[in-house]
Design a protein around this ligand. Structure first.
Ligand code: MOS
Length: 775
């Protein structure tokens, strides 16, 4: 992700000029009728029946199918490409590679790091060398296989811990170091000197691969000089901007349509090289072109949670006061600058009270696909280290881990300049409420007794916060009320499966009484909907909902004005209740929405809403505490999660059902990070990805997820955050999960597992070692 994009996602406050209809005037809700209830997804039927059209479903009668030839080596230089045979094959309509006229296009990773669209220097397995468009997908793939490429195969580096070694292969000639970022406050040396216990531990997380059910890809179609793209994306405007930039087209000539989309988790916040390639092939053939990646390609090329090694040193007094935290971390963006250490140290900096903190994160190149933001970039990795360290400290000073955390809950963001306060922080309540609901004390006491046998049980917990999740401008939304009382919601934000449309329908229903089934919601489309930033950063609800509310309020204001003419009273005397407008001073004076003369004459009322700015000098963040009980088989290394409880402070609960679903989904993803998922690169011989399919890359399944899962929202509206009081949820929920499980495994077995995933193989080895040492 480019730096300015990153700022967009994580900014607490982007400047916005005063805009008419801004949410600033909206008063916080007191009591709500619709918001806060449990409403199933408004598009559930479309989704489960197969009626919903995803970008991968888009078909045109004259459409061609495209496939790409990708470099099979971890590191190589393309010497020659022979496309002759492929071009002559049945059904093939175009073959393009670096030698094709018009493909000399720069693809920017950062403002000062461009590569070519078909770069002869292939820095990772999966770099694109050529592309084919053919009448059928099979013909396209056959033609890809018929292209002959001569490579100079180079030596590679596949482990970020080896990247800066003197003998390591160079991914880029300038060297493998991308950058080192440093942060400090207080004096860590003094902090450690004043501690009663100082511990140091190195933690590591394997790279986790994004696995959206819908693959990455698009359909590209030209009409004259106008390009339309149907893309599986988290943000149609981001794709539009990138395509326009790379192809030097005006924004108005690039239309991106989002429809439904089958998951992204951060890997679809941006356009991909393949989007450009589809557009070029469509131009060359004067036909629509569909280019979707295979699962293997998505695993190789379009993102991952970067691998990281985190050395953490921590000091604590016997009374539980944290005196110093020092983190030295190395992460990897892969083969291009892509935020490989982004936010890796944020929890160490900001989650718990600590006067002396120093962090140093170094991002390095390796010969692997570039990382992309992955549900709470940096945070689950940071929690993996920090939350396990907190447990170790608690054990060392013989304090309950819950007590240790409760003694270090900050009310301000210590890592930001001038220590701004949080608008609301539920961290303390999350921990307290969770401990109580989980029965922490009892379970911990019971399971701490000495265990015989090889099946052992333990409990663990962890806390977390997410650096963003407050939402921010800009967002523009339009609500149209028709003369029959039905309405249309025009919003440019993509519903990435999280229930965005459903929550927004509830906001419209709350203000205008329009039933969700009487509301038409437009799909994200740069041609017809209003500008929105990509759905990511857990900011979609706190960004869009206030704009939707402002648009609905604007409609209501206009409606009451028109009704006042009919009822011969002042608009301020009127309220909208259900489908009627009623006079406060004389309740016998009322009129149905459908009876309002002005609306009937006009046919429509249009309300425009804008997202207003966030509060000055304050920070809006979501918080969480999670608790779990596990059963560990110390012979096989298997971990079974018996129960899991998540307490989430994400401000107001907008839709209880989507809230639960997000929470359970986030926990499931955290279980994968903890127990099963990890990219495996063959570091010895080839540098190639060896588990690039669903058989070898282990996603958690229903069998890995406990039946006993509880979502316990604090449901405390944050009145300062925005006019809906909601904070983000999608990312914060997945942050503490893996660490909570690791802490439970330690409680059960006494073995501290510092590396992900806690696979049976890894654990069985550790248990065997521990058993040997005990002899
Ligand atoms: Mo998220 S990683 O901002 O989609």
């Amino acid at each position: 992700m480019k730096k300015d994009d990153q700022e967009l996602y994580f900014a607490q406050n982007a400047p916005l000029p005063e805009t008419p209809g801004s949410e600033a005037g909206a008063k916080p809700w007191q009591k709500t009728d619709v918001v806060g209830s449990s409403l199933p997804h408004v598009d559930a039927y479309e989704r489960v029946s197969g009626k919903a059209v995803y970008p991968s479903d888009v078909v045109f009668p004259d459409m061609l199918y495209a496939a790409t030839l990708r470099c099979p080596h971890a590191h190589a230089v393309v010497k020659t490409v022979d496309t002759g045979e492929a071009e002559r094959m049945t059904g093939v309509r175009a073959v393009i590679s670096g030698k094709t006229t018009g493909t000399d296009i720069l693809w920017p990773y950062t403002p000062d790091m461009n590569t070519k669209l078909f770069d002869p220097h292939c820095r990772f397995e999966g770099e694109i060398v050529a592309a084919v468009a053919a009448e059928t997908l099979y013909q396209a793939w056959d033609a890809v296989r018929a292209i002959t490429v001569a490579y100079d195969v180079l030596s590679f580096v596949s482990d970020e811990r080896r990247s800066l070694d003197a003998e390591a292969a160079l991914v880029h000639p300038e060297g493998n170091k991308i950058k080192t970022e440093k942060y400090g406050r207080g004096d860590v040396a003094k902090g450690f000197a004043g501690a009663d216990v100082v511990l140091e531990q190195t933690y590591r997380n394997e790279s986790e691969l994004h696995t959206p059910l819908e693959l990455h890809g698009c359909v590209a179609k030209w009409d004259g000089d106008s390009l339309t793209i149907w893309e599986s994306t988290q943000g149609v405007f981001a794709v539009q901007a990138r395509v326009a930039e790379v192809l030097h087209l005006p924004l108005a000539k690039v239309r991106v349509i989002g429809h439904y989309m089958g998951g992204g988790f951060g890997s679809k916040l941006q356009a991909d090289k393949t989007t450009i390639i589809a557009a070029l092939l469509a131009k060359k053939t004067a036909r629509p072109v569909k280019l979707f990646l295979s699962r293997e390609e998505t695993y190789l090329a379009v993102g991952n949670r970067p691998p990281g090694t985190l050395k953490l040193k921590a000091g604590v007094k016997t009374d539980g006061t944290l005196t110093a935290l020092e983190l030295t971390a190395v992460g990897s963006s892969g083969a291009y600058p892509a935020g490989g250490t982004a936010l890796l140290d944020w929890l160490v900096r900001d989650l718990y009270l600590c006067p002396n903190v120093r962090t140093e994160t170094t991002d390095v190149y390796i010969n692997a696909g570039p990382s992309r933001p992955f549900r709470a970039p940096g945070h689950p990795q940071g929690a993996w280290a920090l939350e396990q360290m907190l447990d170790s400290l608690a054990e060392a000073i013989k304090m309950d881990p819950v007590e240790l955390r409760l003694g270090n809950v900050p009310m301000v963001s210590q890592a930001r300049p001038n220590n701004p306060p949080y608008t609301t922080t539920g961290l303390r309540e999350c921990i307290e409420k969770g401990a109580q609901a989980f029965g922490w004390k009892e379970a911990r006491a019971k399971l701490s007794e000495k265990k015989s046998g090889h099946i052992k049980r333990g409990v663990g917990m962890a806390g977390g916060l997410w650096i963003a999740g407050g939402g921010n401008p800009p967002s523009t939304v339009i609500v149209k009320l028709f003369s029959d009382g039905s309405a249309n919601l025009n919003m440019g934000a993509s519903d990435i499966g999280t229930g965005t449309k459903t929550v927004m329908a509830m906001v419209v229903a709350e203000e205008l009484g329009v039933k969700p089934e009487a509301l038409q919601i437009e799909h994200a489309d740069t041609g017809t909907t209003q500008y929105a930033t990509p759905s990511g950063g857990s900011k979609t609800v706190p960004t869009e909902a206030p704009a939707v509310r402002a648009a609905a309020l604007s409609v209501k204001e206009q409606l009451l004005k028109l009704a006042a003419e009919d009822l011969k009273t002042d608009p301020s005397d009127l309220v909208l209740k259900g489908s009627e407008i009623i006079s406060l001073s004389d309740p016998s004076k009322k009129i149905k929405i459908t009876g309002v003369t002005g609306l009937k004459k006009r046919g429509v009322i249009v309300g425009v809403g804008y997202r207003g700015p966030n509060p000055e000098g304050k920070v809006v963040n979501p918080f969480a505490a999670q608790f779990c009980e596990v059963e560990v088989n110390t012979k096989t290394g298997e971990v079974r999660i018996i129960r899991f409880l998540a307490v989430q402070d994400s401000g107001r609960v907008m839709d209880r059902l989507t809230f639960d679903n997000q929470t359970f989904g986030g926990i499931t993803m955290g279980i994968g990070f903890a127990l099963t998922e990890g990219r495996v690169l063959d570091g010895r011989q080839t540098g190639k990805l060896v588990n690039k399919n669903w058989h070898d890359y282990k996603l958690p399944t229903m069998l890995d997820v406990p039946l006993d899962m509880t979502c316990l929202p604090l449901d405390r509206p944050d009145p300062e955050a925005n006019s809906t009081g909601a904070k983000g949820l999608g990312e914060p929920v997945t942050i503490p999960t893996a660490a909570a499980i690791a802490n439970a495994v330690h409680h059960a077995t006494g073995v501290r597992v510092t590396g992900t995933p806690m696979s049976p193989l890894r654990l069985a080895e550790l248990f065997a070692q521990a058993a040997k040492q005990a002899l």
